[in-house]
Design a protein around this ligand. Structure first.
Ligand code: HPA
Length: 245
């Protein structure tokens, strides 16, 4: 089985069930990664782990060096990448504590280094992203979820917002009209950089709040943290089943 990398997001600066073997600082043509790349064992399988916000969660979404992170994971031998992603839920099936494997993206981010094809030595390349996620890895995640008996929404459109602020209610109404089911701040350019690098990439999303204007209350960090806690055990079980399966 090809080497799997897990990118940790909010609530996952580390993976409690990972037996760490070593951590490697990787030099990249794009500068520094968010943290050293950790190699460890999840169950019987070797995996790589990289927390995108840094080991102490100090990097906001627009300051993450997505290019360096993805490049370093490939350099360390990763062929598949599961990206954990805390999201706000917009449509009915994406209520707090739901798990989801999105199948589409709308990108609202701006000003991020979003491509490896920057008019330098590699020239210009227009990659196809009709289906932005790796379908086989999406299906493997859905199957792993089935094996541990946890519910998961097997699709949905991820709206990638700039952050770090949350959205206004009117922005969320607009994203819903655009077809978004969930919003998060880090799904882009991570997904399309992975495609540029030839990595098989899927997002494993977990809903930590109703998006702005959807619940009639303001969004609090406590609500977000409580829902991370509610999801984290199931997420670890699914990851274990994924590596075992
Ligand atoms: N909006 C954007 N990103 C998020 C949210 C949200 O409501 N919750 C978690 N990440």
């Amino acid at each position: 089985m090809s080497l799997l990398a897990i990118i940790g997001g909010s609530g996952f600066s580390g993976l409690s069930s990972l037996a760490v073997l070593d951590a490697q600082s990787v030099e990249t043509p794009f500068g520094e990664t968010s943290a050293p790349v950790t190699r460890g064992r999840l169950g019987d399988s070797e995996v790589l782990f990289l927390p995108r916000h840094g080991a102490s969660h100090h990097l906001p979404p627009h300051r993450i060096n997505y290019r360096a992170n993805l490049w370093a994971l490939r350099q360390c031998g990763a062929e598949r990448v599961v990206a954990l992603a805390a999201v706000g839920g917009i449509t009915e099936r994406f209520g707090p504590a739901a798990l989801a494997v999105p199948d589409q993206i709308v990108d609202y981010t701006y000003g991020r280094e979003h491509t490896l094809y920057d008019g330098m030595a590699d020239g210009v390349e227009h990659i196809d992203v009709t289906e932005p996620y790796c379908e086989s890895l999406r299906q493997s995640l859905i199957d792993a979820c089935g094996r541990v008996g946890c519910g998961i929404v097997p699709g949905g459109t991820y709206g990638a917002t700039q952050g770090p602020r949350l959205e206004t209610a009117a922005e969320i109404r607009r994203y819903e009209r655009d077809g978004c089911d969930m919003v998060g701040m880090t799904g882009m350019p991570e997904a399309t950089l992975a495609r540029e690098l030839g990595l098989c990439y899927a997002s494993f999303a977990f809903v930590v709040n109703w998006a702005a204007g959807k619940s009639g209350t303001v969004i609090t960090m406590k609500e977000i943290e409580d829902n991370v806690a509610l999801c984290s055990e199931r997420i670890l079980e699914v990851l274990l089943a994924l590596t075992a399966g």
